[in-house]
Write a new protein. Structure first.
Length: 449
C-alpha cells in the first residue's frame, strides 16, 4: 500500500477516507503503511541475484538516510529488505510533525503511530487542530462507493478524544520519547489563503465543512490529557492562532499558567514555539522562546518594533503574541539573554523587558535590526543608548547588527550595519568595557547619519 504523503513533510492526520486510505485497511481498522511483495516475486527479490541485497543492514539503512525524502515511499515498495531498512528514515521524515483533529478517526491513527516501536520514537511534534464542529460533506468515495462516515458528537461529549490523547501520550512515555512538543494549530489560518480567510463559502477540510473553531477548548483538552499522564510539556507549539484566539487564552489565568507549567512558572529547559504567516513569504515563520536551566532566555524571530497590530500583509505580528511573551517573561528571572534574527525598537523592547531590566547581566545580539521608536523622528541609536543607560550589563556579544533609520518621505529607509564599525563577532567583558564599547558604537553609528 503506497502512502500518499505531502511534500511539506507534515503529516496531517485527516478525518476523510481520501486521506485515511494512506493509513487504514479496507476493513476500516487503522494500520500503518507498509510495503508488500507478492509471493511470486518475493523469492526472486530476496535472492543474491541483486548484489545490493547482499549488503549489510547497516549499509541499507545508510542508503535510506541519504535517499531523497520524496523517494522513501517508493523505496519501501521495492522489497522487504528495503522496507525494513528505511523504516526509521521514513518515520523521521513523515511522522516527526503530526497534525491531528480531535475526532475519532484522526486520533485512532495518532494512537497507532505512537504505539509503533519505531514511528513512536520519531514523533517530535503533535499539534491539535482547533476545528471542533465538523459536518461531513455529502459525497461518496469513488473507489469504494461508501459514504463518508458521520462524526459522532457523542465522542466529544463522552471525552473520548481525551482518552485517545491519554493513550497516545502513554505510548510516547513507553518509548521514552518525552521531548515531544505539544500544542494547537489553527486550521483556518494556515490551510486557506496562506494565512487569510477564504472569502465566500465554507471552510472545508478534506471533505468536511468546518463550522467552528475553539482554540481554548482544544488546548484545554490537550492540557487535561497531559495532566492525566504526567507527560512533561516543556516544549509548546502554537501555530497560526488568530488575535482573538490568543486573547481568550491570555484572559484565562488558569489556562495561561498551564501553558507553561502546572505551578504557573517556567520549568527548566522550557521552549515555546509560535508560528505565524509573514507577509511576502511563501511559508511560515516561527517565534521561538527558550528557557534553560542556566537562567538563560533565548528569543528567535520575534518582532519587537513598530505598530504591533494585525495589518494586511503581516497578520500575525499581533499584540497578543507580544502580550504572551511579556506575561511569560514576568513569570521567570534570567541573567542571560540571547536575541537572534529579530527586529526591535526601544519602546516595545522596554515594554516587554520592563520587569527584567535589573536581572539581565549577559546579552548576546545576533542578526538583529534596530530602529527608532518613531520612524523618521527618533534617533537610530536609541536601542544602543537604552542598553547602555538602563541595563547593568556585565558582558555583551554583538554579531551582525543593523541600525535602520527611516528617511522623511516614509517610503524608504537607510540601513547601516555594525559590521561596518566592527569586524565579525565582538565580545565585551566587564561592565566598564561594555559601557565604553557601547559609547564608541553609538558615536560611530551617529556619524553615519
Amino acid at each position: 500500500m503506497s502512502p500518499l504523503l505531502e511534500d511539506s513533510q507534515t503529516s496531517e492526520i485527516s478525518t476523510a477516507p481520501a486521506a485515511q486510505s494512506n493509513h487504514t485497511s479496507s476493513s476500516g481498522s487503522a494500520s500503518l503503511p507498509t510495503a508488500t511483495v507478492s509471493p511470486g516475486s518475493a523469492g526472486s527479490m530476496n535472492t543474491p541475484t541483486f548484489p545490493i541485497l547482499t549488503l549489510s543492514t547497516e549499509i541499507l539503512v545508510k542508503i535510506s538516510e541519504e535517499c531523497e525524502d520524496s523517494d522513501l515511499p517508493n523505496m519501501r515498495l521495492v522489497c522487504r529488505e528495503f522496507c525494513n531498512s528505511s523504516t526509521k528514515a521514513f518515520g523521521q521524515v513523515y511522522f516527526a510533525d503530526l497534525h491531528v483533529l480531535l475526532v475519532e478517526p484522526s486520533l485512532d491513527i495518532l494512537v497507532e503511530i505512537t504505539a509503533h516501536p519505531i514511528y513512536g520514537r520519531c514523533v517530535k511534534t503533535i499539534v491539535c487542530g482547533t476545528a471542533r464542529t465538523i459536518k461531513p460533506v455529502m459525497e461518496y468515495e469513488e473507489e469504494e462507493g461508501e459514504p463518508i462516515p458521520t462524526l459522532s458528537p457523542e465522542f466529544e461529549r463522552s471525552e473520548g478524544h481525551i482518552a485517545k490523547l491519554v493513550t497516545a501520550l502513554n505510548n510516547l512515555k513507553h518509548h521514552g520519547n518525552l521531548e515531544v512538543a505539544l500544542g494547537i494549530h489553527s486550521d483556518e489560518a494556515w490551510t486557506k489563503g496562506n494565512g487569510f480567510r477564504l472569502l465566500g463559502g465554507p471552510i472545508t477540510y478534506d471533505g468536511y465543512v468546518v463550522k467552528d473553531f475553539d482554540a481554548s477548548g482544544t488546548l484545554g483538552s490537550l492540557l487535561e490529557a497531559t495532566s492525566a499522564t504526567n507527560f512533561p510539556i516543556n516544549k509548546k507549539c502554537f501555530r497560526f492562532l488568530e488575535e482573538l484566539e490568543l486573547d481568550r487564552m491570555i484572559k484565562n489565568d488558569t489556562m495561561f499558567s498551564s501553558m507553561f507549567s502546572a505551578a504557573g512558572t517556567f520549568n527548566t529547559n522550557t521552549s515555546i514555539r509560535m508560528d505565524f504567516v509573514q507577509g511576502g513569504t511563501s511559508g511560515p515563520s516561527s517565534i521561538m522562546i527558550g528557557i534553560s536551566d542556566s537562567n538563560q532566555l533565548d528569543l528567535t524571530n520575534v518582532l519587537l518594533a513598530g505598530e504591533i497590530s494585525a495589518v494586511l500583509g503581516s497578520p500575525y505580528y499581533t499584540s497578543s503574541y507580544i502580550r504572551i511573551l511579556k506575561l511569560a517573561l514576568d513569570l521567570t528571572k534570567f541573567e542571560h539573554l540571547i536575541l537572534t534574527d529579530m527586529t526591535m525598537d526601544t519602546s516595545v523592547f522596554q515594554t516587554v523587558f520592563a520587569k527584567s531590566e535589573g536581572s539581565i547581566k549577559h546579552l548576546k545580539l545576533s542578526n538583529v535590526i534596530t530602529s527608532e521608536s518613531d520612524p523618521g523622528q527618533g534617533e537610530p541609536t536609541e536601542v544602543l543608548c537604552y542598553l547602555k543607560d538602563q541595563l547593568q550589563l556585565e558582558s555583551l556579544t554583538l554579531n551582525k547588527i543593523e541600525i535602520t533609520k527611516q528617511i522623511d518621505n516614509g517610503l524608504q529607509s537607510t540601513n547601516i550595519s555594525i559590521d561596518h564599525l566592527i569586524e565579525g563577532e565582538k565580545v565585551f567583558d566587564g561592565h566598564t568595557e561594555v559601557q565604553e564599547a557601547l559609547e564608541i558604537l553609538i558615536s560611530r553609528a551617529n556619524s553615519w547619519f
